[in-house]
Design a protein around this ligand. Structure first.
Ligand code: ZN
Length: 250
């Protein structure tokens, strides 16, 4: 046999062998899928609270790492039965991006025109946006929060893994970002799992590659206990609550 044929054959064998773990993963996905389906679904209604489903960090082509347009967003929100979408376009130096993005009730979904804002040291999701937000990178986080609170706005920490000013008077934390987590996926592993399992178990394949742990740990490590409570469930899921969220400010 010629050398190149041998090499090709070995290469082929290696690629075949490398598929074994992903075939096994497919088997595990199937087991998990059956297990989930066998669980009884019970909805627990609490008369004291309403459940609102929405997202708080969304960009369009107006500002940020997105090529999405308004129609795509409205369509996606409706398909996923969202109650609200907080738009967080990046700021611009010369104009107010929050005034240009979606706002108000559209097709049964409440759009809130916020912004993703940089201060001198940190990044926040500002709700609602402001014409001055583009200049916030020249002021400290403390000054920024004081200004926006005087205007009855809220600021949520975004990218907590990079956040610096933990003693600041912020209103909430983005504890999980699909975007950040998607970037951490290993393309090779995702590709092979997708080839074997995505067609049958799309949600489970994606869920496997979304790591939650790191964000929660970052937040917990850096944040004073009195403002945030974590509850450990099933050893890995966390529930969180911000006591200052929704507090009225003068
Ligand atoms: Zn963003």
């Amino acid at each position: 046999m010629k050398l190149w044929k041998k090499i090709l054959l070995i290469l082929f064998a290696v690629i075949l062998l490398a598929q074994i773990p992903f075939i096994y993963n497919r088997y595990k996905f199937g087991q998990l899928h059956d297990k989930i389906n066998s669980l009884e679904k019970t909805e627990i209604a609490n008369p004291n609270f309403n459940d609102y489903k929405g997202i708080i960090h969304v960009h369009t082509a107006i500002g940020g790492h997105s090529t999405g347009n308004f129609d795509e967003l409205i369509d996606g929100a409706a398909k996923n039965n969202l109650d609200f979408v907080v738009m967080t376009e990046h700021t611009a130096a010369l104009y107010d991006t929050s005034a240009l993005t979606l706002q108000g009730n559209i097709n049964g979904v409440l759009f809130v025109n916020g912004q993703e804002v940089e201060t001198a040291t940190d990044r926040f999701l500002l709700v609602s946006g402001s014409a001055d937000a583009g200049k916030a990178n020249k002021i400290s986080t403390a000054d920024f929060l004081q200004t926006i609170h005087a205007q009855n706005k809220l600021a949520f920490i975004t990218y907590p893994e990079k956040h610096k000013t933990w003693d600041a008077d912020f209103d909430g934390i983005e504890v999980f970002s699909l975007h950040t987590n998607a970037k951490r996926m290993s393309p090779v592993f995702v590709l092979f799992d997708a080839i074997w399992s995505y067609y049958s178990y799309p949600e489970l394949v994606l869920a496997k590659y979304f790591y939650r742990r790191r964000e929660f740990e970052t937040v917990r490590r850096n944040h004073p206990r009195e403002k945030i409570n974590f509850v450990r469930r099933n050893g890995r899921a966390f529930k969180y609550r911000f006591s200052s969220f929704g507090r009225r400010r003068g």
